[in-house]
Design a protein around this ligand. Structure first.
Ligand code: ADP
Length: 485
């Protein structure tokens, strides 16, 4: 059965991206369309997009929606990057033509509630008015989670005659909930009947993610282990009880990797392409990366890398402390990251103290991210929690052995030698501490000193299939169930 699915996300690669959400929605959309489904994606028209992507054109579609006491208008633009796939951009210049997506100079935009309640309304409206009549509306994260509530209210209003689609919400990170003072609920223009403990209200505030969890017909998250974790107090960020109560409609589906973007055999960002059959290109990439970073070009020095948002979630504090402890062992390390300025400074200081061993690049640099994956020997990802994580899966493909904390999607996608000797492709540690990470780095150094074993790990890693096929099939199964309700 071919399905008609409308996805929605506040960021979408290659048009906008701050993290894995943009990659995931883009890859899922492409993969669903490839498998024969009719797919649309709704996302904001951020500053400069029509100039950078001239194929994005006005769609001759106008929206005028109430937002509290006002009426806000938007124009829809669109492009069709693949067969059966259309991306719809919401053009509301006052809301979306900004220097950044959500946060500027470390400060959240003061009108984020307005910006994303409006986006959620546009999504719900398009879901019901697009001529190809989506059967499923699949929204991603808190920014568009309220769409599920808008669809629910429409169903309640229209009763049996409703053409509203079935709804699915994917939680990419339960730590981000879109929590605002209760008076912001007025922006929804819905009756206050929905502002209840089993709806949009959470401890007296509007909580967009909770509204989505309570009102979507189905909820998914991005790895099986994270689906279990978020029902516990430690990982649920306050919503664990809400999620426990809905466990029957919650599943974890591991994200895949878009191998059109991340494949060392085809990667245009790499100085040299390579495959598991011939790793000489990987050695050349390492030398080029060492040179680019101003580090001594020494093939025998192990090179570790991290590409990350610099936040507590990603374990940057334990990484800094573990590097302090382990750098005297003589390896090199490169960081590419942006985020909290104290972390940015701490890595810069480390790079100044160890100029022959550490390079720190702050800011967002997509091609450098590819070169780091291509050139490093090991990839460090010591997250406190990690819903899915993409870089460890990119690392596997690039033969860059992931060293990860066993949490969420990291645990689901990396195999340690103690779990399975034959399939070992990475190093895992359990305790969230600098000491445990330092020990894992020590294991990596031991592995590096055994070229035969390292080669075995690399081949195992590169052979893992993280393509979207299987995950897409799981989502399609969810959609089919919902469409057949
Ligand atoms: P999250 O979504 O929590 O940030 P993921 O591992 O799921 O983490 O996805 C992060 C994505 O963002 C990856 O594609 C990674 O390469 C990319 N990324 C993160 N920081 C940077 C950066 N400073 N420059 C380039 N790419 C980055």
């Amino acid at each position: 059965m071919n399905l008609r699915i409308l996805l929605a996300s506040s960021e979408l690669f290659p048009y906008s991206k701050t993290g894995g959400l943009a990659d995931m929605v883009a890859a899922l959309a492409k993969s669903l369309a490839r498998s024969g489904q009719r797919v649309g994606v709704v996302t904001p028209l951020y500053a400069g997009l029509p100039r950078k992507f001239p194929e994005i054109q006005r769609a001759n579609l106008h929206l005028a929606l109430p937002l509290g006491p006002e009426t806000v208008t938007a124009e829809v633009w669109s492009t069709s990057p693949a067969e059966r796939l259309t991306v719809y951009f919401i053009d509301q210049p006052a809301f979306y033509q900004r220097a950044c997506l959500y946060v500027e100079n470390g400060v959240e935009y003061a009108d984020n509630a307005e910006r994303f309640v409006f986006l959620s309304k546009c999504v719900a409206r398009l879901a019901q008015e697009l001529p190809w009549q989506p059967q499923i509306l699949h929204v991603h994260d808190w920014h568009v989670a309220l769409s599920a509530l808008f669809v629910r209210s429409e169903r309640d209003r229209a009763g049996q005659g409703s053409h509203a689609p079935a709804t699915c919400l994917t939680i990419h990170n339960v730590a981000f909930q879109g929590s605002y003072p209760a008076q912001k609920y007025a922006l929804t223009n819905l009756p206050w009947d929905y502002f209840t403990p089993d709806g949009a209200e959470f401890y007296g505030r509007l909580n967009a993610l909770k509204a989505g969890i309570c009102h979507a017909d189905f909820v998914t998250t991005v790895s099986p282990r994270y689906a279990r974790e978020i029902t516990t107090e430690t990982f649920g960020c306050g919503l664990d009880a809400v999620l426990r109560a809905r466990q029957a409609k919650l599943v974890g589906i591991l994200n895949g990797v878009d191998y059109d973007e991340w494949d060392p055999e085809r990667d245009a960002c790499l100085p040299q392409r390579f495959s598991s059959a011939d790793l000489t290109g990987k050695a050349a990439n390492k030398a080029a990366l060492q040179k680019e970073l101003g580090l001594p070009v020494v093939a025998s020095t192990p090179l570790f890398g991290t590409i990350s948002r610099l936040t507590d979630q990603k374990g940057m504090d334990i990484e800094l402390a573990a590097l302090e402890e382990m750098l005297p062992a003589g390896f090199q390390f490169v960081l590419l990251g942006s985020g909290a300025s104290d972390f940015e400074q701490a890595y810069q200081v480390l790079a100044r103290r160890y100029p022959r061993q550490v390079a720190a690049r702050t800011g967002y640099d997509h091609p450098l991210a590819h070169r780091i994956e291509g050139g490093c020997d090991f990839y460090l990802m010591p997250s406190k929690f990690e819903p899915c994580g993409l870089n460890q899966m990119y690392s596997l493909r690039y033969g860059t052995i992931p060293v990860v904390r066993a949490t969420g999607g990291l645990d689901d996608s990396v195999v340690d030698i103690v779990e399975d000797r034959g399939r070992a492709n990475g190093i895992k540690f359990q305790e969230f501490s600098a000491g445990a990470l330092a020990k894992a780095i020590r294991k990596a150094l031991v592995l590096y000193a055994e070229p035969g074993l390292l080669d075995w790990y690399r081949r195992n890693a590169m052979a893992v299939d993280c393509s979207w096929g299987r995950s897409t099939e799981r989502y399609a199964a969810v959609y089919r169930r919902l469409a057949g309700r």
